[in-house]
Write a protein that binds this ligand. Structure first.
Ligand SMILES: [Zn+2]
Length: 470
């Protein structure tokens, strides 16, 4: 299997400025220069940072020793959480596992996983501060929280202490909340941006103008919005179609029983607000239509659907062919009644915007691992250099490639809580993409959900530890 860089250099080039061609390596170098403030400043990088920042191929490093590098990175992060995270150590002890027993790649499968639903168990109000403090690995700057603080004030207090809280909804309707230190958070943003830039080679350029169909990253705790802050640096101009903040209280008030962004927007401004978002988007598209720069739109599928509907109603069509990209993220979640197939969605994008580059993103608030559609086959290529993705059967045993089961992963890039996660997602993973020649592993485009799984005793033990005052 050839590496992505050698493969695409042969057939693609990018043009920067007037007729200057750049190779894939130069393209990535230019991206790194553009997001310079996200690069680690240390002279000697950690194992995981070498994989993230120095690998040309974010999906799977080209180096033959990549598996060993990933093993070392995961072992180092596991050792950190085992040593400095008391509740997680309790879970490990219950499973009779410690870092001394992790000596070769197969031993990684013994690392205890945390069900993603566990991150929904935080208590209400100011009490959640104790929970966040306890799930956090290692020392944290002092956080001042008063008894009457609501959850948004608690989150602001953590932000002041350098802890970024990311939220998401999911299908159960309960909010997920995870704390990232600045390093883990910046890695998450960088990995997402690098994987999109890499997958869309040679499309990206610093001159791109972007529209995010979501709020400004600073005014939301939604993971999908927060991780987009890096795009301010990666492209020349970013506008936001959602001009209001979305807080956890908004989401709680709205019942949080459906798509998070939609519910939060619906909660106060209902359809009138959504129509304002769509009108803003159409005005932006009209402006871009009169210009020549490349454009990119990023947002959840349901907002695109509303956009397409309005464009059709108004008899409007654009032709951004060759200079546009559409990125979708967040899935349809509970929007299944409105869900359309990927192929139909891409056809809508083509017929209304004239855009051929459509990339769907698979990701979770609980980890820094991302899956990005390849434009050729629409399989989700996983950023697996620093994280081990696995598919498990109902007994927790690892399934071979090609078998359907529950998705789980060991993510070495998150140092603020153990991102060793068992998801509710039903997936099929392949070692290589059946369509394109980029390295695997990949997930089948069809991802469904298992019904909510109750926590086992091990997790109850951990939960008890988390609510205990330090
Ligand atoms: Zn592919």
């Amino acid at each position: 299997m050839k590496g992505i860089s050698s493969l695409i250099q042969k057939k693609n080039t990018n043009t920067i400025g007037k007729g200057v061609m750049i190779s894939y390596s130069q393209y990535l170098h230019l991206f790194d220069k553009q997001v310079n403030q996200y690069l680690p400043q240390e002279k000697v990088l950690s194992t995981v940072d070498r994989i993230i920042y120095q690998s040309e191929n974010i999906f799977r490093p080209d180096r033959p020793d990549y598996e060993l590098g990933r093993f070392q990175a995961i072992k180092e992060t596991f050792t950190l959480h085992y040593t400095k995270n008391r509740p997680y150590r309790e879970l490990c002890e219950l499973n009779k596992i410690n870092p001394d027993l992790i000596n070769e790649p197969d031993d990684l499968y013994r690392i205890p996983l945390i069900p993603h639903s566990f991150f929904k168990l935080f208590p209400p109000g100011a009490d959640c501060a104790v929970w966040i403090g306890n799930i956090f690995t290692g020392p944290m700057s002092e956080v001042f929280v008063s008894k009457n603080d609501d959850i948004d004030n608690v989150i602001k207090s953590f932000e002041k202490a350098g802890v970024k809280i990311s939220c998401s909804s999911g299908t159960s309707g309960k909010i997920t909340m995870v704390p990232r230190d600045i390093t883990s958070f910046r890695r998450n943003e960088y990995i997402l941006a690098k994987s999109l830039v890499s997958m869309s080679y040679p499309f990206w350029s610093p001159e791109i103008k972007g529209l995010l169909l979501m709020p400004d990253p600073e005014s939301t705790c939604l993971n999908i919005g927060r991780v987009c802050e890096i795009f301010r640096y990666a492209v020349s101009e970013v506008k936001y179609a959602v001009d209001r903040s979305i807080t956890v209280s908004d989401i709680v008030k709205s019942g949080a029983d459906k798509n998070l962004l939609k519910q939060a927007v619906y909660s106060s401004l209902l359809n009138r607000y959504l129509s304002k978002v769509i009108q803003y988007t159409i005005r932006w598209l009209k402006t871009q239509d009169s210009l020549t720069e490349k454009i990119v739109l990023i947002g959840p599928p349901f907002l695109y659907s509303l956009l397409f509907k309005k464009l059709k109603q108004d008899g409007l069509k654009f032709d951004f062919s060759g200079r546009s990209g559409v990125i979708t993220g967040g899935g349809w979640k509970n929007e299944v009644q409105h869900e359309i197939s990927g192929a139909l969605f891409r056809e809508e994008v083509r017929s209304t915007l004239g855009c051929d580059l459509v990339l769907d993103v698979y990701g979770m608030a609980e980890g820094n691992i991302w899956g990005i559609h390849c434009p050729e086959g629409h399989y989700f290529h996983l950023t697996s250099g620093f994280a081990l993705p696995v598919v498990l059967n109902e007994d927790g045993k690892v399934l071979p490639y090609g078998k359907e089961g529950r998705f789980a992963y060991l993510d070495a890039s998150v140092t603020s809580y153990p991102a060793f996660i068992l998801t509710d997602d039903r997936v099929t993973m392949y070692e290589h993409c059946p369509v394109c020649r980029r390295p695997g592993p990949v997930l089948d485009p069809v991802i469904t959900r298992f019904s909510h799984r109750e926590h086992d005793n091990c997790i109850s033990v951990m939960q008890k530890e988390l609510t205990r005052e330090k």
